[in-house]
Design a protein around this ligand. Structure first.
Ligand code: ZN
Length: 74
């Protein structure tokens, strides 16, 4: 039989506030809808910046492969 007094607590990914992981908390693992939206916004901005940062590295690797086709450093 489940102990109804036992509540699983999780740390909100946005503000680290301990919040209950329960059916009643529709925003879990976030403590509130606000933190949920903040995290989604941060994730969206990260996904936009990552391709811009890696494009330069991709070009560098491509040049190395072209100039040194026999050089295997991977
Ligand atoms: Zn929060």
């Amino acid at each position: 039989m489940l102990n109804s007094n036992t509540v699983t607590l999780v740390a909100c990914p946005t503000c680290q506030t301990k919040t209950a992981w329960s059916q009643e908390n529709a925003d879990r693992p976030f403590c509130s809808a606000r933190c949920k939206l903040i995290d989604l916004g941060a994730w969206a901005s990260e996904s936009y910046s990552i391709p811009q940062q890696t494009s330069d590295e991709d070009e560098i690797f491509s040049e190395d492969l072209v100039t040194d086709p026999n050089k295997s450093f991977l």
